[in-house]
Design a binder for this molecule. Structure first.
Ligand code: GDP
Ligand code: IMO
Ligand code: MG
Length: 422
């Protein structure tokens, strides 16, 4: 097996960081292909916590090269801050961390626009406020700034100037806020570019060469399939292609198929921000899961909304990303609960629905639950109880693809492999 992808199968925060770190040990390259520092990927090794935002989760393995692909939106100041923090933990240098010269830059204007739209705009999405949406807008409308543009002041001034006057009018007359002068932003970005320059390269060619040399490549998704700009619960989504199709456009994997696409899913469901959530719990059990699971956003510190596992949504996610197996995380959080349920289908307008196709109005979806005898496993050995086995078999049979990894704690060691990977 040479190429593998780790994709969030729900609304993000499924444990992608942990699973990527785990599989990075045997990978040559770990590649991020979309999103930006809206992501928060947590890794625990021997009781020490690391949260990564835009740097790939392979970075703790010095043998592996981390690649920020061209589909990513990169905020240079945040990147350098993250880099400096990581340098205290692991050996990281331009040898093992590469940024695509054609990744898109997030500027101050993007961040300001994101914030002001959330606070003053007609519709609140509940974004992370990092400027992700506005940066992708500029990219798609061909006004974006590429990482390589940071290295030349004249180019930077010209590129930044393309959308500046329009933005200036918007900020002044619609939102009534002051924005930095273009010259100041050029100076700021140029300086940051100089600090980053040794890391910048043509990552497309690097990936192409690595593939032809038979190297093992792990693609790390950010967010989750239900936040995908096309497949997700629009408009309550992020602005990138979070599903496996984003790999082809956002990283470059010429003429290659992915050998394994692992969808990471929690044994329950969480969501941050606005939008529909059929199995959301508003009672004590939901609060218990939120507290026990420490369901607080790794990037924004917001409480995550919690609910039971939603099979119709996962069935849809499997189709959207051709998932070949599932890594099921946070089983330990469900252990010893007073009740245990799984949503196996919805009822919508009196009809049973098994898969959350886009035609289904999720606000009208009434979840149909199967109740299980709660399991009480403490995962101190590899044995699993009859109750847990019943729960897992039901999920696997309902999804029709294998569960390749079970996770029962945040640490790198706290997993059971059910399938040989890499
Ligand atoms: P990501 O964005 O998908 O990488 O996930 P986050 O890091 O935002 O959130 C997942 C949280 O769950 C992190 O705090 C992880 O350390 C933690 N985690 C991952 N797997 C497990 C698990 O199996 N059990 C427990 N208790 N925590 C886990
Ligand atoms: P990881 O990679 C969970 C959500 C935000 C909001 C919507 C749009 O850690 O799983 P954005 O700032 O992207 O424009 O916000 O997407 N969101 C996430 N939710 N995990 C994430 O990343 C997320 N990144 C964005 O909460 O609802
Ligand atoms: Mg996260």
């Amino acid at each position: 097996m040479k190429t593998m992808a780790i994709i969030g199968a729900q609304w993000g925060d499924e444990g992608k960081g942990k699973i990527t770190d785990l599989l990075a040990e045997k990978s040559d390259l770990v590649v991020r292909y979309q999103g930006g520092h809206n992501a928060g990927h947590t890794i625990w090794v021997n009781g020490k916590k690391t949260v990564l935002h835009v740097i790939p989760s392979g970075v703790l393995h010095s043998s592996c090269t981390s690649v920020i692909g061209h589909g990513v939106v990169l905020e240079p100041e945040n990147f350098l801050h993250e880099l400096n923090k990581i340098k205290h933990i692991t050996n990281i240098s331009p040898e093992n961390l590469k940024i695509s010269s054609t990744a898109t830059v997030i500027t101050q204007f993007h961040k300001l626009l994101d914030g002001v739209r959330e606070s003053q705009g007609p519709e609140k999405i509940g974004t992370t406020g990092k400027g992700i949406g506005p940066a992708y807008e500029d990219k798609i409308s061909r006004r974006g700034i590429k990482v390589k543009d940071l290295l030349d002041k004249d180019t930077l001034m010209r590129r930044l100037g393309v959308g500046y006057s329009e933005k200036a009018i918007l900020f002044k007359h619609l939102y009534h806020i002051d924005i930095p002068a273009i010259e100041d932003e050029v100076e700021r970005l140029y300086k940051l570019g100089q600090e980053m320059k040794d890391y910048i390269c043509d990552t497309f060619s690097l990936i192409d060469k690595s593939l032809s040399e038979g190297k093992k490549i792990l693609y790390e998704g950010a967010q989750g399939i239900l936040l995908d700009i096309d497949y997700g619960t629009y408009p309550y989504v992020t602005s990138s292609s979070t599903s496996s199709s984003g790999i082809y456009s956002g990283a470059g994997i010429p003429h290659h198929q992915l050998d394994e696409v692992i969808g990471v899913a929690k044994a329950y469901t969480t969501r941050v921000g606005e939008g529909p959530f059929p199995t959301e719990l508003f009672d004590e059990i939901g609060q218990t899961i939120q507290l026990k699971g420490n369901e607080v956003g790794a990037t924004t510190g917001r409480k995550r909304r919690c609910g039971w596992l939603d099979i119709p949504l996962l069935r849809y996610a499997i189709k959207c990303s051709q998932l070949s197996s599932i890594a099921l995380t946070k089983l330990d959080i469900l252990s010893n609960l007073s009740e245990l349920k799984v949503c196996y289908a919805y009822e919508v307008n009196g009809k049973r629905v098994d898969c959350a196709y886009p035609g289904i109005n999720l606000y009208q979806a009434k979840p149909l639950f199967k109740e299980f005898t709660p399991f009480k496993d403490d995962f101190s050995d590899s044995k699993t109880s009859k109750e847990l086995d019943q729960y897992l078999s039901f999920i696997q049979e309902s999804l029709g693809i294998p569960i390749s990894i079970y996770a029962y704690g945040p640490d790198r060691q706290q997993v059971i492999f059910k399938k040989k990977l890499f």
